[in-house]
Design a protein around this ligand. Structure first.
Ligand SMILES: NC(=O)c1ccc[n+]([C@@H]2O[C@H](COP(=O)([O-])OP(=O)(O)OC[C@H]3O[C@@H](n4cnc5c(N)ncnc54)[C@H](OP(=O)(O)O)[C@@H]3O)[C@@H](O)[C@H]2O)c1
Length: 242
């Protein structure tokens, strides 16, 4: 099951956390993977070095010139996972315009522009998989994540709309909405005993997920086995949305 031999995958934001686990999971199922990050080549190389058949690519997906470079480096791919995101935790009346813009650009605009860049080949070869990584905050209304939640809801809508348009060409587009997952992003919160307890109280399963919890769903959506699933939005959140 989930045989990805002969497939090439780009996972944006895969130097750590969920993206890293997904890239590693794809590689373990036979794919060649491009490991991307925006901050440093050294970090990309370190992450790729821990994955078989992985190639590091430094590109800040917010920047047009970096997206050009990303595409130049990877060429066309069979599987595109739009995982990189920007998140600012801030009350709605304090968030700065630059922070609004960075979240909108990375999470929505760049997702669309990368789909526009990578989907034509998938269409031509009549096989392709696009997966967006959303968030439980696309539904919930966290007081510090108003704009982030808006971007994730918009990205889900984008996935749904593109799914309908690409379905006739054998290209699926789906979204996974993770709940609280133990990644560097949540390091501070999860190392604060009080905050961690408050967080766990909101998760019906009773624990914080690991990046590896996202991998089985990603494999399903991105393999031959998931070919009849498109436009889906799957929460992997221990019931946090409920
Ligand atoms: N962790 C959670 O609890 C949780 C919950 C719901 C949804 N999510 C979603 O899941 C995805 C992964 O989250 P995570 O917690 O694993 O994140 P993370 O630990 O913050 O890692 C983010 C990754 O994205 C890369 N990145 C950030 N900005 C980038 C940019 N402009 N261009 C290229 N790469 C960029 C980072 O690479 P560099 O540092 O090398 O730049 C890093 O590899 C995100 O879409 C997030 O919104 C996470």
């Amino acid at each position: 099951m989930f045989d990805l031999r002969g497939k090439t995958a780009l996972v944006t934001g895969s130097t750590q956390g969920i993206g890293f686990a997904v890239a590693k999971g794809f590689s373990e199922h036979g794919a060649k993977v491009f490991v991307n990050g925006g901050s440093s080549m050294e970090k990309c190389r370190n992450a790729a070095g821990r994955i078989e058949n992985a190639i590091p690519v430094l590109a800040d997906i917010i920047k047009e010139e970096d997206r050009d470079l990303l595409y130049k480096t990877t060429g066309d791919v069979d599987i595109l996972v739009l995982n990189a995101s920007v998140q600012y935790k801030c009350e709605w009346d304090y968030i700065k315009i630059e922070e609004v813009e960075r979240q909108m650009t990375c999470n929505v605009e760049s997702s669309f522009l990368l789909m526009q860049r990578y989907a034509p080949y998938m269409k031509r070869q009549k096989w392709g998989r696009i997966l967006t990584i959303g968030s439980v905050n696309q539904y919930n209304n966290h007081p510090l994540l108003t704009i982030y939640g808006v971007t994730k809801a918009a990205q889900r809508k984008l996935a749904e709309s593109m799914a309908k348009q690409l379905a006739p060409y054998g290209v699926t587009v789906n979204n996974i909405a993770p709940g609280a997952i133990k990644t560097p992003r949540n390091h501070k919160e999860l190392n604060d005993a009080v905050l961690k307890e408050e967080l766990i109280a909101r998760i019906p399963c009773g624990y914080v997920g690991s990046p590896e919890d996202i991998v089985p769903a990603a494999l399903l959506f991105c393999s031959d086995e998931g070919g009849y699933i498109t436009g889906a939005d799957l929460t992997v959140d221990g019931g946090m949305r409920l």
